[in-house]
Design a binder for this molecule. Structure first.
Ligand code: SF4
Length: 399
């Protein structure tokens, strides 16, 4: 597994696969083909079908230095659901081509090039093995992470936390509509300010929803967020973190330990399955975010290593089969609301796990991760970020 720094990335929404990945790909193309005077860009698969709603063409247009045209190929079936070709020309002659796959969380792979295995810094790649190592060496999961990552890793997580919390603040202070044709009203501020007769616990849950909306609405508006593990699912972790700080008085130092554990859980999914909605549906994005947030909450509540495993397992297991069907390709419906639902499910998954005897559990987190990938591959492409099925197909409201 790579560093958790490759998972928690700071960038602009609305989509890690559709905006952050293509931006990185275009920067590499600019560097390699400085001599090109014209570029033809072809978007395939999910990039073609939901690229406009996800602003893929806009980010390439903004980043590509040479004169260019962008085409959408809806018919060819690419080797990866998020594929883009850059064909470079000089004086009307083709001088080279770059085919890039956006594999989730803003990461890319260049066709025909070896993956840089030097970046793999974790020797253990299953939660089972990591737990065994931790028990044997009498260390916590967060200590395990710190023992692998570099010296400034805690500072990195401090910065990640600041960006997450400021995203919530910005989102809570904006009203109006989200960009795009759906004209959806932003709801975070309304959810936060709403005056209802409620207990303190009920108020804290309402605020949890507001925090998830705030970050997700920022993402949908192109604001700065942290991929956790992706842009579309970026609202879950910040919401659960701020909830824990307010509801449970969790200190900043403990939050950082929890973030390290959440990152480890997300990294395991990224390594052994997928965090890409185009590859495995929304279970890979919001399902993974829910598992990360549940592991985070278990960690900061002082749960033992088995209960952290079980919290993440319950959270992901009950997202199995969750489809990706964003209306018109916008990361708005069902995405924003789904982040709020996943935030409360993360807390509930921990609450349930804490009541159960973990030695009775027959299903491990590793097994659910494997199952999630198989389930994702069994989903037809209509339910993997193409907007050809589900809500995207059946919604007949006004555009
Ligand atoms: S439905 Fe889920 S996976 Fe699909 S775009 Fe929305 S958040 Fe991402």
């Amino acid at each position: 597994m790579q560093s958790i720094k490759e998972l928690f990335k700071i960038g602009n929404g609305p989509s890690s696969s559709h905006t952050m990945g293509p931006k990185n790909a275009t920067l590499i193309f600019n560097e390699r083909y400085k001599q090109a005077d014209y570029v033809k860009v072809i978007l395939y698969g999910s990039f073609a079908l939901t690229g406009k709603g996800h602003l893929t063409d806009q980010i390439i247009d903004k980043t590509l230095i040479a004169k260019h045209d962008i085409e959408f190929d809806y018919l060819d079936v690419p080797p990866h659901p998020n594929t883009v070709d850059y064909i470079a020309y000089k004086e009307n002659k083709e001088i080279g081509k770059l085919r890039v796959f956006s594999i989730g969380g803003g990461c890319i792979r260049i066709d025909g090039e070896e993956v840089d295995s030097k970046k793999d810094i974790y020797p253990l790649n299953t939660l089972f093995d990591i737990k065994e190592y931790c028990v044997k060496n009498r260390i916590s999961l967060s200590d395990y992470v710190y023992s692998i990552e570099d010296d400034n890793f805690r500072d990195y997580l401090e910065h990640i936390l600041d960006v997450m919390l400021s995203g919530i603040e910005r989102g809570l202070n904006v009203e109006g509509t989200l960009p795009g044709l759906l004209k959806i009203n932003r709801k975070a501020k309304m959810l936060y300010d709403k005056h209802v007769d409620e207990t303190n616990d009920e108020r804290d849950i309402r605020h949890l929803y507001a925090y998830a909306y705030a970050t997700s609405e920022e993402n949908a508006s192109g604001g700065e967020i942290v991929t956790a593990p992706t842009c579309g699912s970026c609202g879950v972790m910040p919401a659960v973190i701020r909830y824990s700080m307010e509801h449970d008085n969790i200190s900043r130092k403990t939050v950082i330990d929890g973030l390290a554990v959440a990152g480890l859980i997300g990294n395991l999914v990224k390594k052994n399955a997928s965090i890409s909605g185009a590859e495995a549906g929304c279970q890979a994005e919001v399902g993974t975010a829910c598992a990360m947030a549940s592991a985070y909450y278990a960690c900061v509540k002082g749960a033992n290593i088995d209960h952290i495993d079980q919290s993440a397992e319950i959270a992901l297991e009950h997202h199995l089969g969750l489809t990706c069907d964003p209306i018109m390709g916008y990361v708005q419906i069902p995405c924003v609301e789904r982040n709020a639902v996943a935030a409360i499910r993360a807390i509930n998954a921990y609450n349930l796990a804490s009541l159960l005897n973990s030695s009775d559990s027959k299903i491990s987190f590793d097994l659910v991760v494997k199952t999630m990938l198989e389930t994702g591959h069994d989903l037809t492409s209509n339910y993997r970020e193409t907007s050809l099925g589900g809500l995207a197909k059946n919604y007949k409201g006004e555009f």
